[in-house]
Design a protein around this ligand. Sequence first.
Ligand SMILES: Cc1cc2nc3c(=O)[nH]c(=O)nc-3n(C[C@H](O)[C@H](O)[C@H](O)COP(=O)(O)O)c2cc1C
Ligand code: SF4
Length: 423
Amino acid sequence: MAELILTRNFHLAESHTLRVYRETGGYEAVRKAFGMAPADVVAEVRRSNLRGLGGAGFPTGVKWGFIPKESTKPRYLVINGDEGEPGTFKDRYLLERDPHALIEGMIISAYAIGSHTAFVYIRGEYVRPWEIFSRAVEEACAAGFLGKNILGSGFDLDIIVHRGAGAYICGEETGLISSLEGNKGWPKLKPPFPAVRGAFGCPTIVNNVETICHVPPIINRGAEWFAGLGTKSQGGTRMYSVSGHVVRPGVYELPVSATVRQLIYEHAGGLPNGRRLKAVVPGGSSSAILTADEIDVTMDVDGLQRAGSMIGSAGVIVMDETVSIPEALMVIARFYAHESCGQCTPCRESTGWIYKTARRIVEGKGRKEDLDTILDVARRGAGTTICAFYDGAVGPYISYVEKFRAEFEALIGEGQPSLVVAH
Ligand SMILES: Cc1cc2nc3c(=O)[nH]c(=O)nc-3n(C[C@H](O)[C@H](O)[C@H](O)COP(=O)(O)O)c2cc1C
Ligand code: SF4
């Protein structure tokens, strides 16, 4: 069993309290970081090969280095706790069970980038995680870990907790920043990237909850140790949310060098009732689907990319032989049609149109040309939009149809509904 890092305290009673966090070595890393120059903290995180765990997998230390050195504006650290990607439910556990790990990670990260105000944007539906995290912030303030002159270091940091209002697009970093500013959560074209011009027009680093929870152990135990846990291009462990047809659904922390097969069969107990595996969505709904023959891949950013998919937010959805792939596509297409913010024509029009076509097929009214038209429409829009939402939707549209085409064709050929869809 590999060592647990992020989830090491989850089994302890009261793991969310300052007392338990400190008894298990908490807030030691921040003392160590204050003894280092901020640039050395950035360099340590860069050498650890920590990559963003919110979706895009961008190297964290490299991103921190993008803040313009000459800028005299305030700098902001924004933590993305929107966790809207279907199939993903790991950040909520970190907020509920180890909130001080995030707070300590934020202090070190803010110190590294020179930020004195940090925000945590928490998904609106996450009431309990928000309550627990907010209480932890109060506790940390009262104990002198936040506020002015933290631990006598001369460094000041305030944390502001902000609740989202229930839109998937507010998880996209520029949409999140707009929402944080009090505006409609519409994404903006990049560049400029938030590190140059982000919240309130100032340099801003947006990082996922889980990403920042990794920072204290990296400072405590060193970049080499962390890098050595993973693959050549990605260090450490990460939390995989496993749902669907497995014996033990839940969140599993594993080194990023573990394979999809190991996760499903060695950790999540395999499939129930002796059923056969049909497909796996490896990285949240926006990742291309894998067939049962494609699961011997490592679950790091590059491993899944080589397999033609992506690890994204590591939301792993397991489907057994009873699942209808056309129905699965219809459900996902409905989600994207509903959540598109509507700014870009290809995204606004194609998501709605592909949902209607997928539904038509499922209802037994599909036409012979529908599949090629879905593929054509999906491919044409990719790479043409303001944000990565539409590229994320294209992955499932294309892979479901290409890899399970015969199943779609059978439904079209039969002309019988596979499901009666409520309108
Ligand atoms: C449509 C869309 C939704 C996203 N939702 C989330 C989310 O809920 N949580 C998250 O951390 N990142 C999300 N992201 C990725 C963020 O834009 C950003 O890359 C991430 O927060 C950066 O943090 P990281 O580098 O630590 O991963 C989303 C991206 C897109 C395109
Ligand atoms: S790609 Fe879609 S979600 Fe993103 S900005 Fe354009 S319309 Fe909005």
